[in-house]
Design a protein around this ligand. Structure first.
Ligand code: AMP
Length: 503
């Protein structure tokens, strides 16, 4: 479907054209008409499917042709990287439609808080924010949300996993009840549906089937205990049949990022890490350099890497088995674009075996579980026997199947296991979050899980919009001048569009 069929204003169509969006992606085809009709929407869509434009296009169409002297749109996102990426997309369209945006997120330099404050006082049509940082500003009284018409929750599952649900409900409490609410989530576990019920009104639902991995991806599964993963990784990189030109390694523990980077560097591979421990500026540099092919291996925590637009990789490594099967498909889809080939390596530790069952069910194929550690002198690998693990999980489930009042909880279907949070303790509530391990013992110091990011997001210093033209921070929302549409190539938006034909 082409965009002119959506009945959008001409200026926005010019923006879409300049972004080189030739036809709507499936999520856009389904979501745009519903959003234009004014419906609340709950949509399952991964990053990379064009989901940002699926809501930005109809919202910009509305906003730019309405009376827009106030903040009408609030977009809540889990990470500053995603906030920045969305802000850049608004900027891309902003050359053509008249709309302003501010990105509000933590982790920048000390003086950024004041700049953010000023930007919020000045106001903008669209505010894109991480919940913790936004709440901190709202508590000081200068954020005006009395005229919000549109609320978007992007990557809602990630926000809940990161413990943002109270902050979100708090924010929702302070904006008008009469509004249009759009919720996008990569996965759709029951907790998201329950959450959606609290803040959406009679929503329409869009669920896209997750596409199967491209045939060109060489999917490799390796059994490994935690202490075997690093030497095994080194072996696999050294002996890779294809040169490692661009690899993203996903780990769920930020404490591990540095040790992986160090090991790879010792082997002579240039690797750099990105986690919430890194200052915001440094993160942006690492990402930019990786995209510009300045170094070949990026080690990233799951949470940060989700939502980041990185494609065309030669290798993807799941250092920990992804907890959502859909995440697995999406991550490995970052290799083997446009009929090339790519390698996707996944490590399976003892306790992650049930996740593999869910992944194989989703991709409708079994992958050989390789055990190399013994022959490489690293000791025996875990035995692959998901039934054994499944039973143990089920016993644990049984234990958790009682509510505080002793009554049984409503039964969850087994496949939902793939959509569980990293560990049961994350669901205990904010204060106890991450303090306990699965066996009930306190988590050892220094073994942080990435779900702890919100603390950093809210506690760190602020950042405001960075002017994409000169990289300078600015305290004003970008008021973009409408420009006349010129021949393609002469006037390119700041965001370079990436074709999504492969999604
Ligand atoms: P997203 O899923 O929102 O992260 O988008 C992934 C990438 O696809 C971004 O770089 C977008 O600019 C790009 N994109 C979004 N919609 C389209 C489209 N209709 N045609 C081509 N590229 C698109």
């Amino acid at each position: 479907m082409i965009f002119s069929e959506f009945n959008l204003h001409d200026d926005l169509l010019a923006g879409v054209d300049a972004m080189n969006y030739l036809k709507a992606t499936p999520i856009q085809e389904l979501a745009i008409p519903k959003i234009l009709e004014g419906k609340d929407l709950i949509a399952s869509a991964q990053t990379g499917t064009g989901k940002t434009a699926a809501y930005l296009i109809p919202l910009l169409d509305r906003i730019s042709h309405a009376d827009h002297d106030h903040t009408s749109t609030l977009i809540l996102v889990p990470t500053r990287e995603l906030a920045k990426q969305i802000d850049e997309q608004v900027e891309g369209f902003g050359y053509f439609v008249s709309a302003t945006s501010i990105a509000i997120y933590g982790g920048g330099k000390g003086d950024d808080w004041d700049k953010q404050r000023k930007a919020l006082e000045t106001g903008a049509d669209i505010i894109i924010a991480t919940p913790g940082r936004l709440i901190a500003h709202m508590q000081l009284g200068y954020v005006k949300f009395n005229k919000i018409d549109y609320l978007v929750l992007d990557e809602a599952d990630k926000m809940l996993d990161m413990g943002f649900s109270d902050d979100i409900l708090n924010i929702v409490d302070k904006i008008p009840a009469k509004r249009q609410t759009l919720l996008f989530s990569a996965t759709m576990p029951n907790k998201i549906r329950e959450f959606a019920r609290r803040i959406l009104t009679d929503p329409e639902e869009i669920r896209l089937a997750v596409s199967k991995p491209a045939a060109g991806i060489d999917q490799q599964f390796y059994m490994a205990f935690e202490n075997q993963k690093l030497p095994l990784l080194a072996h696999l990189i050294k002996n890779s049949s294809k040169p490692v030109q661009s690899m993203v390694l996903f780990t769920s523990k930020k404490a591990e990022v540095n040790s992986i980077v160090r090991t790879l560097s010792k082997l002579g591979y240039e690797a750099r890490g990105i986690s919430s421990d890194l200052e915001q500026d440094a993160r942006e540099v690492v990402l930019r350099d990786f995209k510009n092919k300045q170094f070949p291996i990026l080690v990233a925590t799951d949470v940060l890497s989700r939502g980041i637009d990185i494609d065309n990789l030669t290798h993807v490594v799941n250092y920990d088995t992804p907890r959502d099967a859909e995440d697995y498909v999406h991550r490995i889809g970052r290799t083997a674009r446009a009929s090339t080939t790519g390698t996707a390596i996944t490590f399976i530790s003892d306790q992650d075996q049930n996740r593999i069952v869910a992944i194989e069910r989703l991709i409708e194929r079994e992958i050989e579980k390789q055990s190399l550690t013994e022959e490489l002198g690293m000791g025996k690998a875990p035995e692959y026997d998901p039934k054994r693990f499944g039973r143990r999980r089920e016993q644990n489930w049984g234990r958790n199947d009682r509510r505080g009042d002793g009554k049984p909880r409503a039964q969850q279907p087994r496949p939902e296991a793939a959509n569980e949070t990293e560990s049961g303790e994350k669901r205990e509530g904010k204060n106890n979050r991450n303090k306990r391990r699965r066996d009930g013992k306190p988590r050892p110091q220094g073994v942080a899980v990435e779900g702890e990011i919100p603390a950093v997001v809210t506690a760190g210093a602020a950042t405001v919009v960075v002017n994409a033209d000169d990289g300078q921070a600015t305290d004003k929302p970008k008021r973009r001048k409408k420009r006349r549409r010129g021949p393609r190539g002469e006037e390119q938006p700041a965001t370079a569009p990436v074709p999504v034909g492969q999604e």
